[in-house]
Design a protein around this ligand. Sequence first.
Ligand SMILES: Cc1cc2nc3c(=O)[nH]c(=O)nc-3n(C[C@H](O)[C@H](O)[C@H](O)COP(=O)(O)OP(=O)(O)OC[C@H]3O[C@@H](n4cnc5c(N)ncnc54)[C@H](O)[C@@H]3O)c2cc1C
Length: 420
Amino acid sequence: MSASHVIIGDGIAGSSAAETIREADADASVTVITDEGEALYNRILIKEFAKGKMPAGPISIHDEGWYEERDINLKLNTMVTRVDTDAHELHTHEGETIEYDSLLIATGGTPTQLPVDGSDAEGVHHFWTFQDARAIKEHAERAETGAVIGAGLLGIDLAAICGAQDVEANYLMRGNAWWRYALSEDGAEIIHNALRENGVTPVFGSGVDEFDVNDDGDVVGVTDPNGEYFDADFVGIAIGLNYNTEFLRGSGIERTDDGSIVVDEHMRTSADDVYAAGDLTYFYDVILEDQAQNGAWGSAKEQGSIAGTNMTFDQGLDTDEATFEWVSSYSITHFDFPFLSFGHPTLGDDDVEKKYGDDEWRRVAIKDGKVVGGVLIGNLAPQSKLKRLARDRVDVSDKKELLLEENIDLEKFEPVEAEQ
Ligand SMILES: Cc1cc2nc3c(=O)[nH]c(=O)nc-3n(C[C@H](O)[C@H](O)[C@H](O)COP(=O)(O)OP(=O)(O)OC[C@H]3O[C@@H](n4cnc5c(N)ncnc54)[C@H](O)[C@@H]3O)c2cc1C
């Protein structure tokens, strides 16, 4: 009898698993369940929509017909509320019970709320779904003043939306630099200047003590911990994700304290026939030789595909077991210069960095003598060589300065052979 595969989440991880399973096994039953009201769309482009730079059409990746053509059962607007790993079944908010032979959890995360007064006021936005993007766009088009909180990769999207929509915004950061765990002040200064050129003012040593909310329940301002007040009828918050795994309570599936799901390099969880993929995994990274996390589109897609392959492999299909071995990357396209981070730029016990010009900077993070990540601003040409050094776990400890050469010469890093 053919296997029954059930996937929770129709983000890029879940969707890519469904596609992989169907390609490997024409007879399997494949069900994809999502609590969203729309099928897979390009989450990384919703910021361009909110900026007013892109229409809604091209953001959709799959319409419902895509699933029908592949005989994949798509269940929209359906929230999974409980998983029973002993019985191999799950339950939905409508009281439906669905049995599985093999189950993938790809439910991603939900933005963390700021635990301060007024954070649920009208006009305070968190950013994850297309629905959020529609609300943000509509509001940003009429807002005059803004505040953005969260000095990371999603916060800068909210800042760029303010810039593009002519909202005069302050970007309130706790430390003295944007994404201070990955960039030094030298590198961050390039971003700060670009923000200013886009009409967004970085404010350091700041944050939020409370939101000022008017009698109609609309946010009108922010007071920071120094007592300084900023007008803001638009607020964007991006301070992290809560992983959507609460519904796994009591299932026996191992999770970390922050709720992410522990998986091996094959995307298998601690429970039989249960897999996880995407942002919510705490996976064994064979390159880092340690457990790690990634919050990036390409990585989630690859994990979904690895999980899909192994779900069919474990159900006895004649395929090869797949291993997740990936150096992720994440780019920012809001400014006149390109920006890319790769691997794990916030990890490591050592690093090298160099500024090459007003808008060009590079930093490479090193752990146990190996490249584990980095940030490139202005010139992305070295990315494939740096990723190659990371992937091949090349010892660079006595050649660190060569990582900063304009043109990295891989031949100087034996035993890596130059790419043909
Ligand atoms: C604004 C924005 C910009 C981004 N820009 C970039 C970028 O430039 N580059 C990059 O690499 N990455 C970017 N990312 C991150 C990237 O989008 C994510 O890493 C990726 O989408 C994660 O995919 P996923 O499938 O793991 O999870 P998600 O995309 O979060 O999908 C999970 C799905 O599961 C559903 N779900 C949750 N709980 C349940 C439940 N109980 N029952 C049913 N369904 C459930 C959710 O509603 C959601 O549809 C960006 C993200 C955002 C929000």
